[in-house]
Design a protein around this ligand. Structure first.
Ligand SMILES: [Mn+2]
Length: 465
């Protein structure tokens, strides 16, 4: 069993279809997966009907038509094979391209799942790309979207860059000319759109004392270094525009700042993925900001706007996405403010807060992640929200930071174990995970997770999977 030959088999299978229903997830990885595969199939003359879902559960299964189309599931499906079977889908009409833990359920659906080949850092859009490339080697223009999806799913986070097959896909993009790799760039978000001092202040990996969460501190730091901060026209420059020599000055001063505070500079640099053909100073210029645009579209129930951007729409869809991004950021700012003002409840191994129905459940994880750098950084944060469409269910999101992951914290494991005990479903990654749980068992769930985190911290730190 190897990944490329299975991608090839999947390509043969899907190109035999007369028409395809493509069911995908609403996040950046899911939107990129859908775009990659739809474009590849449309180029073969095969009509595709996309269906986006927040997650596969009995309610959303109803949106999958019972017709003669071939059903492809991307970025979901592996863990919900029981639902596919219950929906009456036969083995012949299904293909799953995923990277979540597989749970076979009686039927043996055809599946290309990165995890089954030992690739923990290849997201669904990477798998979809390998299938698209097997359909036609000319599809390397789609490598860029796979880079966006992989970065959006945090595949580059732990290792400070993409590795293995997802890195090889980025190489395809470089050869095609649509992707540019900067090997040792500053590990921070917003290099194409944010004024440099805000870019530094809003990044918390690594946490730089005096700069992280401190825009004024960051500004003074840059002024002391004599960095050119503004364009002659008066607007702020973004990191991408700063001359290389000045970038080096900033990076070495940040390293010194970390060392003099007894912190490691290990996570200061990371590989960045730029898209030189996109317009300058827009969030489409680099993989992580591009992914944020798509996530904003998905979280505000407009995944198809994101899908149009993936297909190259830089007009109406892009302007709509920009408005959503502005709205998205405003809402997250309000949420952050709310968390800090209301305050979290700290227990032995985590800190938690319930936001009720004040904020949509789709953004609480992001707000929690941002709040964590202003709270106790030694304890993961657990945030809960009511689900607007189901009063009996509570959405839970958890976030921690790289330092805690390196000492053994694994939120995915903690959440999966706790949902096994309390009921509900959950999953995610070591650094970020989420669950849907029965509302009446919130308290018990918190304590289950707390106990799991306690036992993880008692173990010595393990290598990342
Ligand atoms: Mn994914």
């Amino acid at each position: 069993m190897d990944l490329l030959s299975d991608a090839e088999a999947a390509a043969n299978l899907v190109t035999e279809a007369g028409e395809v229903t493509l069911v995908s997830h609403i996040d950046a990885d899911g939107i990129c997966s859908e775009a990659i595969l739809s474009v590849a199939l449309e180029r073969q003359g095969i009509p595709v009907r996309p269906v986006f879902v927040r997650q596969l559960e009995p309610m959303t299964m109803k949106t999958i038509p019972k017709d003669r189309s071939f059903k492809v599931f991307t970025d979901l499906g592996s863990g919900q094979q029981n639902l596919l079977a219950e929906h009456g889908l036969s083995e012949e009409e299904v293909l799953i391209l995923d990277h979540h833990v597989s749970q076979p359920a009686g039927k043996s659906y055809r599946e290309v799942n990165a995890l089954n080949y030992g690739h923990g850092k290849l997201a669904a859009s990477g798998v979809a790309y390998l299938v698209a490339r097997a359909i036609d080697p000319k599809n390397t223009d789609l490598a860029k979207l796979a880079v966006v999806g992989n970065v959006g799913d945090m595949m580059a986070r732990t290792d400070l860059g993409l590795i293995g097959p997802s890195r090889e896909i980025a190489e395809d993009g470089i050869r095609h000319g649509s992707v540019e790799v900067v090997k040792k760039d500053l590990n921070c978000f917003g290099i194409s759109t944010r004024p440099v001092h805000l870019c530094l202040a809003y990044s918390d990996d690594p946490f730089v004392p005096g700069i992280t969460s401190n825009p004024n501190g960051a500004l003074q730091f840059l002024q002391r270094l004599g960095v050119t901060l503004k364009h002659p026209s008066g607007r702020w420059l973004v990191w991408e525009e700063i001359p290389v020599e000045e970038k080096r000055r900033v990076i070495s001063a940040l390293a010194q700042q970390l060392l003099s505070n007894g912190r490691s500079p290990d996570r200061l640099l990371a590989e960045a993925y730029l898209f030189p053909k996109e317009p300058e100073r827009t969030p489409l210029r680099n993989a992580s900001e591009f992914a944020t645009v798509l996530n904003a579209c998905g979280r505000w129930a407009k995944p198809t706007v994101g899908a149009r951007i993936c297909r190259g729409d830089r007009g109406i869809a892009f302007r709509e996405a920009e408005r959503m991004l502005t709205h998205h950021r405003g809402m997250i700012r309000d949420l952050l403010q709310f968390i800090l003002e209301k305050g979290v409840t700290e227990i032995s191994h985590l800190q938690h807060i319930h936001v009720g129905d004040r904020f949509p459940d789709t953004i609480i994880g992001i707000g929690a992640g941002m709040a964590l750098s202003k709270l106790n950084r030694r304890k993961p944060i657990l945030i809960m929200a009511e689900m607007s469409d189901d009063p009996l269910i509570t959405k839970v999101s958890m976030r921690t930071n790289e330092e805690m992951v390196q000492t053994g914290t694994d939120l995915q494991q903690a959440i999966v174990d706790a949902t096994a005990e309390v009921g509900g479903s959950g999953g995610g990654h070591r650094i970020a995970a989420g669950a849907y749980i029965p509302r009446e068992l919130e308290e018990r769930f918190i304590h289950c997770v707390n106990r799991r985190l306690e036992s993880q911290n008692a173990r010595p730190g393990k290598d990342d999977r």
